[in-house]
Design a binder for this molecule. Structure first.
Ligand code: HEM
Length: 304
């Protein structure tokens, strides 16, 4: 049985630490060894601080995968560039993405210190951001985020590869969005609600006929040809300061195609031509694709 990393299907909690690294040339073998100990690093924190509900995950970037491991997850591809003339999104590959989450901020800091002690000199820290719960699970736009996320055992069905040598792993897409708060706060309540496709305070989904084609919900609620919902597990949280703030968006899925199709639909590049109007008020300043292998895969150094 392949053990999935605890951070992939983790339940929402209060704090997050997001780290993006590049691997220094020639350090691949040492990094692979450090990653083999990553599950143990997380387990130790989980058991030492049970009140913190700690979880962790490390994901390996699409571009660096072949430098670290011999066998490659079959669907791992670079972050898709926008094919839309209406919207150009950032594509910023990183080699490693680490997500630590907990209800205690000090435990997150300790996790980061322990990780850095293992990786020092072998990687370059490119980005470090902290996520936080805002009110009752709201994004900084004021709308509840995560309502339609898969729940319970369904989280694993959506997020984890079920079979084969990559079972227990997950395809991740990460985008750091910066909101234009001034612009957003100038909108009337009804304009904000039409942009999302739900009511703000009560968080009630619009009736299908009332949802504008340009609303966020309309753009991302997709079905496959056989009528199945294309689902992803979102692990996003708000981040930022009063000067710059937004959503640290994270999608975990058993296949990258659901996220890619949603992004195409948001950008208006899937043949329907409707831009998601949420993108008038927020923009992704990063975009990177990863695979978060099972703990077993990491511990075995990628031998499958
Ligand atoms: C700053 C960027 C974003 C913000 C503020 C945002 C916010 C929201 C909000 C408020 C909801 C409604 C509540 C819920 O079901 O969670 C929602 C739903 C959703 N969002 Fe986003 N979102 C963002 C980016 C994205 C991106 C990039 C994707 C995927 C490519 C995405 C996929 C989804 C999905 C699948 C749903 C559930 C739709 C449904 O089934 O009703 N979101 N988002």
């Amino acid at each position: 049985m392949m053990q999935a990393q605890s951070g992939i299907c983790a339940e929402p909690n209060l704090h997050a630490s997001y780290l993006m690294f590049d691997i220094a040339a020639g350090q691949e073998a040492d990094v692979r060894q450090a990653l083999a100990h990553f599950p143990e690093l997380c387990r130790d924190l989980e058991t030492s601080f049970p009140d913190a509900a700690f979880s962790g995950l490390v994901a390996i970037g699409a571009a660096v995968w072949d430098r670290l491991y011999t066998h490659r997850p079959p669907e791992l591809q670079p972050f898709p560039p926008s094919a839309s003339p209406q919207f150009q999104a950032a594509v910023t590959p990183f080699d490693l993405f680490v997500q630590f989450r907990a209800d205690r901020f000090d435990v997150l800091h300790l996790a980061g210190q322990r990780l850095m002690a293992r990786l020092a000199g072998r990687v370059r820290l490119r980005e470090e951001y902290r996520g936080f719960r805002f009110l009752d699970f709201r994004d900084l736009t004021g709308f509840v985020d995560g309502t339609e996320n898969p729940q319970g055992a369904h989280r694993a069905e959506v997020a984890l590869v079920a079979e084969g040598p990559y079972a227990g792993g997950s395809y991740l897409h990460v985008q750091r969005y910066v909101h234009n708060m001034t612009h957003w706060q100038r909108l009337a309540l009804k304009e904000q609600e039409d942009t999302i496709g739900r009511t703000k305070q009560e968080n009630i989904e619009y009736a299908s006929a009332d949802k504008p084609q340009t609303s966020h919900i309309k753009r991302v609620n997709l079905k496959s040809a056989d009528g199945q919902s294309k689902e992803i597990l979102r692990q996003s949280m708000p981040w930022g300061t009063l000067e710059e703030q937004g959503l640290y968006f994270i999608s975990c899925c058993r296949t990258p195609t659901h996220f890619n199709d949603m992004l195409d639909s948001m950008y208006g590049s899937n043949g329907q031509g409707h831009l998601d109007h949420l993108l008038r008020y927020t923009r992704p300043v990063t975009g990177a694709a990863f695979f978060a292998p099972s703990e077993t895969f990491l511990q075995q150094g990628g031998v499958i």
